[in-house]
Design a protein around this ligand. Structure first.
Ligand code: ATP
Length: 328
């Protein structure tokens, strides 16, 4: 059963364009010039109940705007939308109980209160029956391993601890759909890994449909079987995550610091990104990365080396330039 359905969903924003300087400000008071910006255009999407979907795209691609329409925060300009059988922007109470949103950059917790106080507040807000509340809370406290931090003021907690509590608050009322906008942003590798483990478990055991946006490709790769790529408001790819990365994430990003001032050269083909006397950042084809590492270790005295996943921007560019088309 489809829990989310959109057809040609479009959101156009009107933006006031101000001319520079004081004169421009005065002019703007009497005669306003507007520019239209399509943040999401003709977006057609179906999501089945229980799916865990990655929504990826570069900055400004339209991800947050899409999530805001799916959760009813803003109304679409055009197109059809149905989420859990509702038109989201009607904001019916019966709809609000069906979903939860967690945004990495915004908090639902009250910083002066303890987590236990906030849980109680949400229990009242969502009218959660006592036995359901107790059962869910016990389950999540055990799953997230947060027993020790429930009675301390939220403002004293680390970002990773806070994110676990954000997720518990969001899941207390048993939402059918969980929207996650950058839930691992700013977290260290250990905390990111823990959050991923919890989300996987919630999706598998509770059957919660999860839509995840993240700039960390590792989040998407390890959690989402299917992923949707958005660029300039349009859908660019909708299909198997493994296929996407195999086909379009062809390079790795390598950053090397040298002990002495050195200008890196190599017989192996690479794309230079940044160069300074002691540091070089480059892109290397995945299959050549081992060879490059060996070359580096043999010929240079290295202070540090890091190998990262390639930026989503490059992946999007390759999909965009791929004339063979994308899976749908
Ligand atoms: N309220 C608004 N008024 C005008 N333009 C807006 C508004 N909200 C978003 N936009 C524009 O719509 C486009 C898409 O923005 P959106 O925040 O959806 O992108 P995003 O993919 O979430 O980006 P990021 O990854 O940087 O958060 C951007 O060009 C943005 O400037």
């Amino acid at each position: 059963m489809n829990i989310i359905e959109t057809k040609n969903l479009t959101k156009t924003f009107q933006r006031f364009q101000k001319e520079p300087g004081l004169k421009g400000s005065m002019k703007g008071l009497f005669k306003r010039k507007y520019l239209m910006k399509s943040a999401v255009s003709d977006f057609t999407l179906t999501v089945e109940e229980g799916e865990f979907i990655g929504l990826i795209g570069p900055n400004g691609a339209g991800k947050t705007t899409l999530i805001k329409m799916l959760t009813g925060i803003i109304a679409p300009s055009n197109g059809e939308i149905s989420v859990a059988g509702h038109y989201p922007n009607k904001l019916e109470n019966s709809f609000k109980r069906q979903y939860a949103v967690v945004m990495g950059q915004k908090s639902q917790l009250f910083f002066e209160l303890s987590a236990n106080d906030t849980f109680l507040l949400f229990k009242e807000l969502y009218n959660i029956p006592e036995d359901e509340y107790r059962k869910n809370l016990d389950y999540f406290i055990a799953l997230f391993g947060v027993t020790d931090i429930l009675d301390v003021q939220v403002r004293t907690l680390s970002l990773g601890e806070r994110m676990k509590l954000e997720l518990i608050v969001a899941l207390l009322h048993n939402p059918k759909i969980l929207f996650l906008d950058e839930p691992t942003i700013g977290l260290d590798a250990v905390a990111q890994k823990q959050i991923r483990k919890f989300l996987k478990e919630v999706n598998e055991t509770k059957g919660t449909t999860i839509i995840l946006t993240s700039h960390y490709m590792e989040d998407i790769k390890s959690l989402c079987k299917r992923c949707v790529v958005i660029n300039e408001g349009k859908k660019l790819f909708d299909g198997d995550t493994d296929l996407l990365f195999k086909k379009y994430q062809t390079h790795k990003k390598v950053t090397v610091s040298f002990v002495q001032e050195d200008h890196f050269t190599s017989e192996i083909d690479f794309i230079p990104l940044e160069k300074s006397p002691y540091k070089t950042t480059l892109l290397i084809k995945k299959e050549l990365s081992q060879e490059l590492l060996k070359d580096l270790l043999v010929r240079y005295e290295l202070d540090d080396i890091s190998i990262e996943e390639e930026d989503i921007g490059n992946v999007v560019e390759r999909i965009y330039n791929d004339k063979s088309g994308v899976s749908e």
